[in-house]
Each structure stands twice: as C-alpha cells, then as structure tokens.
Design a protein. Structure first.
Ligand SMILES: C[S@@+](CC[C@H](N)C(=O)[O-])C[C@H]1O[C@@H](n2cnc3c(N)ncnc32)[C@H](O)[C@@H]1O
Length: 340
C-alpha cells in the first residue's frame, strides 16, 4: 500500500512487567493494542470514517485530522494549505524497545532509516512553522543500543538553520523497567526548539515551595525567596516530576492506544508556548492528546495520523469530550459498535 512503507511500528511501550501486562489484558481494558491485533483491526476498520489521504474537518471549524503521512510533503500541504502553526508538538515512534511485552511483533528499524524518516517529517514541520513558533519533540534513547536515536536526532537538528535549541526537558514516568540490575528507566525526553521569538508563558506546578533561603538584598532590605517570588508553588523547570503517567484507571485512558501521553504534559506545553486561537499541530496524533489539549485551551489543532484506526480514535475522542466532558473512555470501548 502507498502509505504503509513509512509506518514505524515501534514505540516506547511504557509498560511494566509481562505479569502486569497480562493482568491488564485480562481484567481491565476492553480493547488490546489496536496496532497489532489484526482480528480487532478487521472489525474496527469498517467503522473508521477516513481513508488514507483523507481529512476530517471539524464541524465547529476549529480542528482538522488527516489520515496522512508525516513524511509526505504533499500530505503536509494538503492539511495546512497556506496556514502556519505557532506550535508543533510531535511524538514520533521512538525506535526503542521497552519492556518485554509484545516484543515478537516489534522489530527495530535501522538507525539510518530512522534518521531518514525523521529528516523527512522535520522538513515538513519546518515548512508549516510560523515566523515565530515553537517545536516540541518527544523522543527516546535506547540504553541497550548506544542511546539511539536521541543523539543522532539532536545532531541532525543542528543542520536546520531556522531553528534554535531552547530546552531539553525530561519527564519522569512512575513506572519503569529493568529495576533489578540497572537503574530504573523512568525518563521520557522532550526537546524544545524555537523559530524566531515565540511567546513563552511561565507555568507553575501544584507543588508548594518548601525550601527557604536564597537571601538577597533588595532596596536595602534582606528578602528571602518566598517574598520575592510570584508564586508559592514551584516551576516545573526542565525536569517534570509531577505528571501522572496514563494508566487504565484514569478517565483520560484510551483503551487500544499504547503510547498515550498524559494530557497534563501536553496542556503544559500548549499553555507555555501558545496563545488563545493559535494553531497547534501534531504530526503523530495517535490518541489525540494534542487535539484535546487544544480544544480545552481554545487553540485550533491540525493533526496527522497514518493509521486509519488511530485517526478515527482521535476524532472520536474529540467528539466524546464535547458530548460528555470526559477526556477519555477509561476502561470502556471507544468502538462500542464492535463487540470485543
Ligand atoms: C508515539 S505515538 C503518538 C502518541 C500521542 N502523542 C498520544 O499522546 O497519543 C506515534 C503515532 O504515530 C503514528 N505514525 C507512525 N508513522 C507515521 C507517519 N509516517 N505519519 C503519521 N503518523 C505516523 C503511529 O500510528 C502512532 O499512532
């Protein structure tokens, strides 16, 4: 098929042990991973409204979701036309195998091929960035394979003269893997680049400041940091420790999705790096997390997703949110017409 050659089937799995995975499959979610369960995919496909190359336009005129290929320049033009995005949040496949679950069905791609894939989608992102814009990229580093692809990706980004590096953020996951013979792997990398001079709004966490100190003399008076600061809570900085990883008991959980980012992490980016009514883009929509954050924070979102099933899931998540106010299905089936 035309689009399939660019599909990367490998993701940061974000799962725990095979035992938990097994238990999770048996007792909890109604759907298993929608990318690898062929039987289930066959049942769901007739209920997906987009075909490859097609775009869903929001009846409220705010968002668009295309069943499109992030590496295709034509698809990018098709979705954006002459419009430019002020913020892009991309979460591509990482080329990293994590945990033991489902490893048989996952095969790692050669780094050279992965970098060709990355260069292509990055070029497309650059083509739709506004004069002043921010670009965030979630990425992984395989500790069992020379930490690829993170360093290769960072070096490749230096070639793009219109972008400058701004921050290297790490989000801490609660669940990790490899705890017995190694440091538990809990990090999730997030790169932040800018073009021109995009806005940046300071964000605070819900964590109260607990440390005093940092005395400083201001206008002849000795002040400590609590008096000087704008908030009694701490800023997230570039190490985010306050975001709950999505798991099946949370309302925002999307059964069938396997690489879902916490809404809070995406909302934090959207609030810090865009303004109301800006256009936010996501080239790898999956569960539609960026779309929901944009809807909640009154931004527009144009999203691409190569997989028909996940494109449909993104559309459904938005519709479900508008209807119920809920950010996900928790344990319930997003495709109730398909018996599982
Ligand atoms: C890591 S997931 C994104 C997760 C997303 N941020 C979320 O929170 O749900 C990557 C997604 O990219 C899609 N994908 C893979 N190759 C693609 C391509 N060439 N173009 C567009 N989407 C692609 C996969 O189907 C998958 O749904």
């Amino acid at each position: 098929m035309h689009y399939r050659h660019n599909e990367l089937k490998l993701f940061d799995e974000e799962q725990v042990t095979p035992q938990v995975t097994k238990q999770k499959g048996v007792t909890t979610e109604k759907l298993t991973r929608l990318d690898i369960n062929e039987e289930l995919r066959k049942k769901i496909l007739p209920h997906c409204r987009l075909k490859e190359g097609e775009i869903w336009t929001d009846p409220k005129g705010k968002h668009k979701i295309g069943c499109l290929d992030a590496t295709s320049n034509n698809d990018t033009k098709k979705l954006f036309g002459k419009e430019k995005a002020q913020l892009v949040i991309n979460d591509p496949p990482y080329n990293v195998v994590v945990g033991n679950a489902n490893t048989k069905s996952l095969s790692k791609m050669d780094i050279k091929k992965y970098m060709d894939f990355s260069k292509n989608w990055v070029q497309n992102v650059v083509s739709i960035l506004d004069k002043n814009a921010s670009l965030y990229i979630w990425l992984g580093a395989d500790q069992n394979d020379g930490f690829q692809p993170l360093p290769e990706f960072m070096i490749m980004m230096r070639e793009l003269k219109e972008l400058s590096s701004r921050s290297f953020i790490t989000m801490r996951n609660q669940r990790g893997y490899g705890t017995q013979k190694n440091w538990m792997a809990v990090r999730q990398e997030l790169l932040y680049y800018i073009k021109g001079e995009p806005p940046f709004t300071v964000i605070y966490t819900d964590i109260p400041k607990i440390l005093r100190g940092y005395y400083k003399e201001i206008n002849g008076k000795v002040t400590e940091n609590f008096e000087r600061s704008k908030s009694l809570n701490i800023r997230p900085g570039n190490v985010w420790v306050d975001i709950q990883q999505v798991f099946y008991r949370m309302e925002e959980n999307i059964p069938g999705a396997y690489a879902q980012k916490p809404l809070k992490s995406i909302s934090r980016i959207v609030e810090a790096s865009s303004k109301k009514n800006d256009l936010v883009a996501d080239f790898f929509s999956h569960s539609g997390a960026t779309l929901i954050a944009a809807e909640q924070l009154e931004r527009g979102c144009y999203a691409m997703e190569l997989d028909i099933v996940f494109a449909e899931l993104s559309i459904r998540r938005l519709e479900y949110y508008r209807k119920t106010g809920k950010t996900g299905w928790q344990l319930n089936n997003p495709f109730p017409e398909v018996k599982v």
